[in-house]
Design a protein around this ligand. Structure first.
Ligand code: NDP
Ligand code: 13P
Length: 338
């Protein structure tokens, strides 16, 4: 059955997901904060800053008004950067109350909040009390916006402890090029999504420095080991990390030029300063702030995360990358399995 859906965030991923939901027959309003982008979507059915070649469905409406976007919606999909989610939730709560709606919330963002180190479903739970919403579902997995915009075959995960809600989200998004699985392990899905961006910065840096395939395979494998270690410490199901939102997303992000995290790491490896890399990207590079959040979380909990620690010191303490790599390779010998 067709639903009324607000998509919050008219960047790369929000635009593509809003368009996919429109293709699937839902009535979608895409909220953006940039007046030029919103006008371009409505008048020309394009969003060239984020997706230069993408032609949108003409029935997809964009708006600058949250009140209009949320008008009597069944579902709200958050697709803005991690550190903007709490403020956005605070902004929409009075609108939800005024309209007397009780929407399902979905988020498709990937990160841990700076300062609190919280997962995004935790942030939404804190800011939007249960009486004003239905379930919170996480949509995550290997899915570059550019590939989905070209209808490349994509499989991802809808996660919620209430599997009926996850199945409802599965049905909203599924079509002949976009396949959605369900998973009850919200912690594992959100931890995998957030932490793979940290490892992707490292994979890009190795490429930029000229290291080969062995180095990249080792980074991804040992990166997955420490992602799982932190996730399991917080209650994740270890099997989630060998699924789409774990190793699946790690592979796509660590091996693709479409990844902003990989590209940022590549430029750091080539010697560009971090601030310049971020200024020139023009899109969010989630791994940079999540590296800090994950580093602090691991320190607090006493969890060993040598790759994340190394990337943290390169990003935030201006540690020279080759020195950092030498140090991590020369740690004392370890058993492979924890
Ligand atoms: N791109 C992808 O392929 C995928 C991205 N994701 C995740 O989706 C999330 C969004 O990423 P993506 O769309 O790629 O990012 P982009 O950088 O492409 O777009 C970000 C969007 O969020 C808006 N925005 C930025 N800051 C704020 C804020 N403080 N308040 C409200 N809106 C804000 C931007 O507006 P403006 O244009 O005005 O700056 C823009 O519309 C991230 O967590 C990312 O990890 C997940 C899967 C795939
Ligand atoms: O999460 C993504 C693909 O699944 C997108 O990764 P980037 O944010 O690095 O572009």
């Amino acid at each position: 059955m067709a639903k009324k859906i607000a998509v919050l965030g008219a960047g790369s991923w929000g635009t593509v997901l809003a368009n996919l939901l429109t293709e699937n027959g839902h009535q979608v309003t895409l909220w953006g904060r940039n007046a030029e982008h919103v006008a371009e979507i409505n008048q020309h059915h394009t969003n060239r800053h984020y997706l230069p070649k993408f032609k949108l469905e003409p029935t997809l409406i964009a708006t600058l008004s949250l009140e209009q976007a949320l008008d009597q919606v069944d579902v709200i999909l958050f697709v803005i950067p991690t550190n903007a989610i709490r403020k956005m939730a605070q902004q929409i709560l009075p609108i939800i109350k005024r309209q007397g709606i009780r929407p399902m919330l979905i988020h498709a963002s990937k990160g841990l909040e700076l300062g609190t180190h919280k997962r995004l479903s935790q942030v939404l739970t804190e800011e939007i009390p249960a009486e004003f919403r239905r379930e919170i579902v996480v949509l995550s997995g290997p899915s570059h916006a550019e590939n989905v915009s070209e209808h490349d075959l994509t499989s991802i995960t809808a996660a919620c402890s209430n599997l009926t809600a996850a199945q409802q989200v599965q049905q909203l998004f599924m079509n002949d090029y976009f396949r959605v699985y369900t998973n009850a392990d919200v912690i594992g899905v959100e931890m995998g999504a957030a932490l793979k961006n940290v490892i992707a910065l490292g994979a890009g840096a190795l490429h930029g420095l000229g290291y080969g395939d062995n180095a990249k395979a080792a980074l991804m494998t040992r990166g997955l080991a420490e992602i799982s270690r932190l996730g399991v410490a917080f209650g994740a199901n270890p099997l989630t990390f060998i699924g789409l939102s774990g190793v699946g997303d790690l592979i796509v992000t660590c091996t693709s030029v479409n990844s902003r995290n990989w590209r940022a790491g590549n430029q750091l490896g080539q010697g560009k300063p971090l601030q310049q890399v971020l200024d020139e990207m023009g899109m969010v590079v989630e791994g940079v702030s999540t590296t800090r959040a994950a580093y602090e979380l691991a320190q607090q909990q006493g969890i060993e995360m040598p790759i994340t620690n190394t990337i943290y010191h390169v990003l935030y303490d201006e540690k020279e990358i080759r020195t950092a790599i030498t140090e991590i390779m020369q740690r004392e010998g370890k058993q492979e399995l924890d």
